[in-house]
Structures are given as structure tokens and as C-alpha cells.
Ligand binder design. Structure first.
Ligand SMILES: Cc1cc2nc3c(=O)[nH]c(=O)nc-3n(C[C@H](O)[C@H](O)[C@H](O)COP(=O)(O)O)c2cc1C
Length: 318
């Protein structure tokens, strides 16, 4: 597979990244991905008990990942987490080498992290956000299209529209995320100007992910029309169409205020859906290309298919 600036920046063989997943992306998953030559990412709450100690959990996950791989791995910090500052302190103390920030202002921690030797990538969903991230000196942007699982951009921009417009505007590397599942998506992203890809949903339906089997199975069974956006005005989120998303949409359509919706959501519905497998009361984040995922596969096979498929797709095109 083509080596890009992303490979050099992250010291990895393949410019493929496993996206952060708040409750799921633990050391075992990240290490399994990194051991293939791609980049695994840890999330601070991965596998944690309800209302657990995220600092303790993050320290544990970093130590565990270091036991399981000698390859680089990263940590994802959603900046809208109340404790994000404390988690950044841990990253600094632990000298984590790759940090992905999301859902907030990259001005807050980028300089501090880079002075400490970390490579910083920030998740964006518009050209303006990409320009801001570049002006804050991030090393690369992860451009996330509206196809993506979980929290998506308010402007609802699809990845095909977003990548070339961002790539034409900034000079740092662009990593594409949202709806990429196989080598066709990877080659498409590269042809539009991306130098790397980040996959989320595909790395949920893998053997090494601690996601509940009911959630994984629901992804495997999903077809093209089985995802839906909820919380359009508050925090747009792409999930599987489930009993829970139906109830949530009903609450929204009833004219509920933002605080009513927050009350309805309560404490992490994502944990309930994704770790506990309660799809009636919990959120099951899922990208729009889930229809392409036909089986729960080992991480190594997912990466191998992307790498081998890349050559095949290129040959077909030529
Ligand atoms: C279960 C789940 C949880 C996620 N949690 C986070 C998160 O905590 N932080 C983040 O930056 N992105 C998060 N994402 C987004 C992914 O990192 C990735 O960018 C996205 O899933 C890409 O779209 P795809 O799922 O269509 O591949 C999550 C995605 C999933 C599937």
C-alpha cells in the first residue's frame, strides 16, 4: 500500500487508523490494530464501570497497551468530557506519543501536547474547522463525514464533498473518516486527497472489540437504510435504527427542549447500548456503510483485506 505522510508522521506501516470509541476502544483492541502495522487508539472510558474513575482507567489502558504492543498507539480525548483536562495531564505524564482530540477547540491543548513530544490530530467536519485546527498547529486533521458513526457535524457534510474541499485548503495531511469499510472506500478517500483513513464501525464488529455481541450482530445484520440521525439540533448522532432511537426521535419531535432531551438521555446511553447490549434503552452508534459489514472478523483480517484490496482496486482502475 502507498506510503503517505501519515505513515511517517505516526511511524506506522499502513495509513489506517482505528477510531476512538468512548466505551469500547481498550488496550486489547488498540494493540491488536497497532500490531498489524495500522494505528490503534485507546479511549479513556473503555471497559469502565458506570461512574468509574476515568483517570485510573486511562492509566491502566495505557500501561496494558504498552504490554501488548511495541508499536505506536494513540489516545483519543473528546474535549467535551468534563474531565478532559485531567485526562490530558495523564497523557502528558505518561508521554503518550499520539493524541487525537475531538469535539472541542484544538487551541486548548495542542501546543502543550506538542511541546511534550506528542503528535496531535484533531477531528473536524468542515473546512472552517480544518483551517482552525491547522492554525492551532495540529499535525493532521481527521476529516469526518456525516456518514460516520456516533457524533457527527452539524453541517451534515458527506465525506465525498468534504475531503477535496479540505485538502485544497490546508497543507497538513488529511485523514478521512466516515463510511469507510473496505478498500474501495480507502482508494476513493485517497483519490479525493486523503493520506490516511480512520474506521470506526468496522472495528466494532471485530473479535477483539469488547462491544456486546448483540450490538456487533446488529451491525452485521444492518442494511443501507438502517442508520438514523438523532439529536439533530443538540448533538447530531448516527446510530442504528432501534427501539431506543425511535423513542428518542419521538421525544425530539414532541418539541422537547434541549434540557428535556438531556434529561431523557441521562447518563451514558452509549455504554448501555454498546457494552451492555441493551438496544431498547441504549444507543448503538453505527456508520452509514454498515451494510458492507457481513461478519465479525479478527482485526488482522480486516486490515489484511484493506491492504490487499487496495492493490486489487488500483489494478481494476488502471
Ligand atoms: C461505538 C463508537 C464510539 C465512538 N466514540 C468516539 C469517541 O469517543 N471519540 C471520537 O473522536 N470518535 C468516536 N467515534 C467515531 C470514530 O472514531 C470514527 O471516526 C467513526 O466511527 C468513523 O465512521 P465509521 O464508523 O463509518 O467508520 C465512535 C464511533 C463508534 C462506532
Amino acid at each position: 500500500m502507498k506510503r503517505t505522510r501519515v505513515c511517517d508522521l505516526l511511524q506506522i506501516r499502513y495509513p489506517i487508523i482505528q477510531g476512538g470509541m468512548l466505551w469500547l476502544a481498550n488496550a486489547e483492541l488498540a494493540a491488536a490494530v497497532s500490531n498489524t502495522g495500522a494505528l490503534g487508539i485507546i479511549s479513556p472510558l473503555a471497559g469502565m464501570e458506570r461512574h468509574g474513575d476515568s483517570s485510573e482507567n486511562l492509566r491502566f489502558q495505557i500501561a496494558k497497551a504498552r504490554e501488548l504492543t511495541e508499536k505506536p498507539f494513540g489516545v483519543n480525548i473528546p474535549l467535551d468530557l468534563g474531565e478532559s483536562g485531567t485526562l490530558i495531564d495523564i497523557i502528558l505524564k505518561e508521554e503518550v506519543t499520539v493524541v487525537v482530540t475531538a469535539a472541542g477547540n484544538p487551541a486548548h491543548y495542542t501546543e502543550l501536547l506538542r511541546q511534550n513530544g506528542a503528535t496531535v490530530m484533531h477531528v473536524v467536519s468542515s473546512v472552517r474547522q480544518a483551517q482552525t485546527a491547522e492554525s492551532c498547529n495540529v499535525d493532521a486533521v481527521i476529516v469526518e463525514g456525516f456518514e460516520a458513526a456516533g457524533h457527527t457535524g452539524f453541517d451534515e457534510l458527506p465525506l465525498f464533498a468534504l475531503i477535496p474541499q479540505v485538502a485544497d485548503t490546508i497543507s497538513i495531511p488529511v485523514i478521512a473518516a466516515g463510511g469507510i469499510v473496505d478498500a474501495r472506500g480507502l482508494v476513493a478517500a485517497f483519490s479525493l486527497g486523503a493520506e490516511g483513513v480512520q474506521l470506526g464501525t468496522r472495528f466494532v464488529a471485530v473479535e477483539e472489540n469488547i462491544a456486546n455481541i448483540r450490538y456487533k450482530q446488529a451491525i452485521v445484520e444492518a442494511k443501507d437504510t438502517d442508520t438514523v440521525i438523532t439529536c439533530r439540533r443538540l448533538l447530531p448522532t448516527r446510530s442504528l435504527k432501534t427501539e431506543f432511537s425511535r423513542k428518542l426521535l419521538e421525544v425530539e419531535e414532541s418539541g422537547a427542549s434541549a434540557s428535556d432531551i438531556r434529561d431523557f438521555l441521562g447518563y451514558s446511553r452509549a455504554r448501555k447500548g454498546q457494552l451492555e447490549g441493551d438496544l431498547t434503552n441504549g444507543e448503538a452508534y453505527c456508520g452509514a456503510s454498515a451494510g458492507l459489514i457481513k461478519e465479525i472478523a479478527p482485526v488482522a483480517l480486516v486490515v489484511q483485506r484493506l491492504v490487499e484490496g487496495y492493490e486489487e482496486v488500483i489494478k481494476r482502475l488502471v
